[in-house]
Design a protein around this ligand. Sequence first.
Ligand code: 5CA
Length: 440
Amino acid sequence: MRLSRSFLPTLKENPAEAQITSHRLMLRAGTIRQTAAGIYAWLPTGLRVLRHIANIVRHEQDAVGAQELLMPTMQSADLWKRSGRYDAYGPEMLRIRDRHERDMLFGPTNEEMITDLFGQAVKSYKELPQVLYQIQWKFRDEVRPRFGVMRGREFYMKDAYSFDLDHDSAVDTYRRMMLAYLRTFQRLGVRAIPMRADTGPIGGELSHEFLILAPTGESGVFFDSALEDQDWLGESVDLNDRASLERFFTGMTSFYAATDEMHDAAAWAKVPAERQREGRGIEVGHIFNFGRKYTESMDIAVSGPDGAPLYPEMGSYGIGVSRLVAAIIEASHDDNGIIWPASVAPFRAAIINLKNGDAQCDAICEKLYAAAPDDLLYDDRAERAGAKFADADLLGHPWQLIVGPRGAKDGKVEVKNRRTGERTEETVDAALALIAKIRA
Ligand code: 5CA
């Protein structure tokens, strides 16, 4: 994209309404704008990041056998009356009446709807297990929406739901999902630590939260630093083998990790002091196994091996996709702006033309830009170099390809790594080779 033609409203000053770094930087870098309390429009660069995150999430869900579908945001209250949650959910649910006076709601989550869809389609135990997911907008009328998209009222969530024949099989599904989550966060370029969690109003016994460390996090966290050193992408687990899933899960849960709500001082004391990490964390994912809570309350059964009705065991698995955009920034920025992990960055790199109109500079920039015009941001504006550098740092592209008249004479490009600040002089071909491998 050519910056001179793009819709990218950056701000020089810190917006007064933003209290935390990620919110400030998201507004300043032109990724979002608030349209009502806790409700945001995603501007082109923000939408790019949101899509990149969603695609990584999608890929790792597919890899463990989950199937994507898309449910509506609007739901009928009747569904929720069947599970008993219509009254239980409280004022966070946005309730709406249609022109025929029917009670509707904007979905805060989808257990009821998916259970109903499952019940309409699946009749026999032979069709189990099933894991279904969507990436869809949710609405929760939070009392205090704050910190931008970190705690919004409308937010984007990946929600998956599983149906298994029995508890052991549901535990296998839970463990596969756990692995998918660890791989997802690693690919997103952040460390999200899984912690035993309270099951809260959703109910059930097996539950983990995934937290990204950041001083502005809402929960206190205690964990063994060994969890930060694991390579989940390299971990070989046979997804179809119960013993292999159990080995993985037992290994992972042998390391201490808990939020302040679940903290156990005695167990903590056994973690070697040099590996004890304490801090604050942002919840970016939450997985639950809650057994037959919805299949029983909504009377959704399949026929079992002996023909008798059987209520499947369920789990649900959420990732806060829009919250992740902010959480990644909390974990990855400096005084000059955002530092995007390459996997989610809006563009692979910025091309900075230091002298627009100079034949050599223009030619090199155009050649670099032609390599991936949809995935590079070419700063072709008639601005001072300083302003271009400041914007590139603010926007957080992992790489900057800087083309000035002095280097251009010799066919050279200056390449800056945003994270390390390191600059090297490269040939145009070397810069092209770099562009090709950034997101590969
Ligand atoms: N039905 C289950 C899992 S599918 C569920 O709704 N879980 S949840 O309530 O924990 O939400 C899942 C994730 O959505 C959370 O981990 C968090 O990352 C994100 N999330 C929840 N509320 C908000 C909010 N108000 N703003 C932004 N993200 C949110």
